[in-house]
Design a protein around this ligand. Structure first.
Ligand code: PMP
Length: 307
């Protein structure tokens, strides 16, 4: 039997409905202008193969609401309600494998103008089974895109605005056609920002380095997790600008994100990174990350919400 591509129920127009019924009109404002905000949350099957846990659910919805605040729009659900709705949906869907939860707050009005002052925002949430988004068993091959990352004065990258993803889609689309796994994007001064849907980390001489929060990056939940884990492991962390050429000479490079999880990079722009295998710091952080999301690390169990 072919695997279901999505879980059976979605939250749509204020109620839980069969996912096939969660449909909008072609005239929907958000569909045409990208006037929406998305979230991306994962639930993981625990080590006991019975329990399903959502990773950093509460924190994800803080960012979701912050994204709406940046757009100066609101939805009729507060933080607590969003958490409750998501849990109710996940319980109804009863996922049997690792899954992805996609909340989407969108301008549901059919008005013919890109104008957020008239946006009538609604909320939809759906779930899909999701294993690896990009392979973890091999190192990824990246290319630096010549499309510039959107800046804070244009479309704030800190907010997960659906319209902003055309920037990611063009960058990744162009390098994917050339055979690369993903694109890295630079800011207006040539500093590396992030990949199409993931933050970047490099390791140089034992120091973990990632672009700062004011470098036109999404404030990634996995990024924040990695920084917290690194400091618990007494690994020095620097949040600062990274030049393109600094990536080439890094000992280790990896991407972090809800989709990619913690994925090591083998090659950037045709240059081999490090020793051509997963580096020791990446490996240590990746292992701890997976132990945490699978509920094997009691110390971090406060990041998990049981479905
Ligand atoms: N940057 C971008 C542009 C993204 O789309 C994502 C995925 N949400 C990330 C970074 C990683 O963020 P997170 O760890 O919260 O998934």
């Amino acid at each position: 039997m072919k695997n279901l591509e999505y879980l059976p129920y979605a939250f749509f127009e204020r109620k839980i409905v069969p996912t096939e019924e969660a449909k909008v009109s072609i005239m929907t404002n958000a569909l045409q202008y990208g006037t929406g905000v998305i979230g991306g949350i994962r639930c993981y099957l625990a080590g006991d193969k019975k329990t399903m846990n959502i990773f950093r659910l509460v924190d994800h919805y803080k960012r979701f609401l912050n994204s709406l605040k940046i757009l100066n729009v609101s939805i009729p659900f507060n933080h607590q309600k969003l958490v409750e709705l998501t849990l109710a949906l996940a319980r109804k869907n009863k996922p049997q494998t690792d899954s992805y939860i996609r909340p989407f707050a969108y301008a549901a009005n059919i008005g013919l103008s890109p104008d957020l002052s008239h946006a009538e925002m609604d909320l939809a949430i759906y779930m899909i089974p999701l294993g690896e988004y990009l392979p973890l068993s091999r190192g990824l091959k990246l290319a630096v895109s010549n499309w510039m990352r959107i800046t804070d004065r244009m479309i704030p990258a800190r907010a997960k605005i659906s319209g902003g993803y055309i920037n990611s889609a063009m960058a990744r689309g162009d390098v994917a056609r050339l055979g690369f796994d993903d694109a890295l994007m630079m800011d207006d001064r040539g500093h590396i920002t992030e990949a199409s849907a993931a933050n970047i980390f490099i390791v140089r001489d034992g120091v973990l380095i990632t672009p700062s929060k004011y470098s036109d990056v999404l404030e990634g939940m996995t990024r924040r997790t990695i920084i917290e884990l690194a400091s618990d492991l007494k690994i020095k962390v620097e949040e600062r600008e990274i030049d393109r050429s600094e990536i080439y000479v890094a000992d280790e490079v990896f991407l972090s994100g809800t989709g990619v999880q913690v994925a090591w990079i083998d090659e950037v722009d045709g240059r081999k990174i490090g020793k051509g295998r997963i580096g020791p710091i990446t490996h240590k952080l990746q292992k701890l990350f997976f132990d945490i999301v699978r509920g094997k690390e009691k110390k971090y169990s406060h990041w998990l919400t049981k479905v």
